[in-house]
Design a protein around this ligand. Structure first.
Ligand SMILES: [Zn+2]
Ligand SMILES: [Zn+2]
Length: 324
């Protein structure tokens, strides 16, 4: 099978390798579509850790073609979406039901091989059934689950004034989810194209940079994950507001913040990591969000070698690798 193997930092090779043999608890999925996440790009650039060599990719759907003897409730030929993080179930965090924080978590596409290959062996407990004609849209269940988890972490209320920093895929999903929750949304992005898209998706206001005059945001969502947005997020938050760190910063980065401002405003700073097992919620939300207008590129696996160029295009939002 063809697979995009990350050999080392910024070194991807498309290779022909053996189809993985499954363990008794695994299912072999023939991958239909795999979404490229900004986390994949950060791993590619060496900004986030992974285990080399690894096949990237954690947003995907496919068809079950082989089923291990211990895998329950999986039907050969049916299609599934994947929750790509396997928590251990026995560490202290798992026992507290904080599965996203499991110390022994195995992440497909980071620690073990993920979806940028024609086939992928997956623990059966991570599969969520979807209909065969929904495997393209279903590829976005995982990032939507991450957004739902993030919004649960900062509990947005009807009428809240919400600033979303970043007009990438998740920024544009956040607009729609915050509107569903009755919030008022301002989205910040430098891209004219993404601002227009944001307005068409329901943003009440869009800006090129964080507004310096209106600093009354009940919730500020950093959907970028770059150090330069942290200070302005703190400044933009209302007194008594919340700052949600969603975008992942590079591991080595530190930023100066003004603790007096955090104290003086009584800010709550929350982070969200992963999908918090929100896949069922995400599946039920799919029909309420516009996804197809957010897919800017559909490519085949060979083209993944040029992914850096695609991502740097200012109008890039979401790339999907198609295997069908
Ligand atoms: Zn992701
Ligand atoms: Zn655990």
């Amino acid at each position: 099978m063809k697979a995009a193997i990350l050999k080392n930092k910024r070194h991807i090779e498309i290779q022909d390798i053996d189809i993985p043999s499954i363990k008794t608890n695994e299912v072999l999925l023939r991958v239909h579509y795999a979404g490229i996440c900004s986390t994949d790009i950060k791993i590619f650039h060496g900004e986030l850790p992974c285990k080399y060599p690894v096949i990237l990719g954690h947003e995907f759907c496919g068809e079950a073609v082989e089923i291990g003897s211990e895998a329950k409730n999986i039907i050969r030929g049916d299609c599934y979406n994947v929750q790509p993080n396997l928590s251990c179930g026995y560490c202290i965090e798992c026992r507290k039901d904080k599965y996203s924080l499991c110390k022994n978590k195995i992440c497909y596409g980071t620690h073990v091989n993920g979806s940028l290959s024609e086939y992928c062996a997956i623990d059966y407990r991570l599969l969520y059934p979807i209909s065969e004609d929904k495997t393209f849209e279903g590829t976005f269940i995982e990032p939507i689950a991450c957004c739902l988890y993030a919004l649960n972490r900062c509990s947005i209320n009807i009428g809240d004034n919400v600033l979303i920093i970043g007009g990438g895929f998740t920024g544009l999903i956040f607009i729609q989810l915050v509107k569903l929750r009755g919030g008022k949304v301002c989205l910040v992005t430098r891209s004219d194209h993404k601002r227009a898209l944001a307005r068409s998706l329901g943003a009440d206001l869009t800006c090129k940079s964080i507004p310096e005059t209106d600093m009354d945001f009940d919730v500020v969502i950093d959907a970028v994950g770059k150090p330069e947005t942290i200070d302005s997020s703190i400044r933009a938050a209302a007194r008594g507001g919340k700052l949600l760190l969603f975008g992942v910063n590079p591991t080595e980065v530190t930023v100066p913040i003004n603790p007096y401002t955090v104290w003086e405003k009584e800010l709550v700073i929350v982070a969200s990591r992963g999908n918090g097992h929100n896949h069922f919620g995400a599946i039920r939300t799919m029909s309420k969000v516009n996804i197809t207008s957010l897919v800017s590129h559909v490519i085949d696996l060979e083209a993944f070698e040029t992914i850096s160029g695609i991502i740097e295009d200012e109008n890039h939002i979401k790339t999907v690798v198609s295997f069908v």
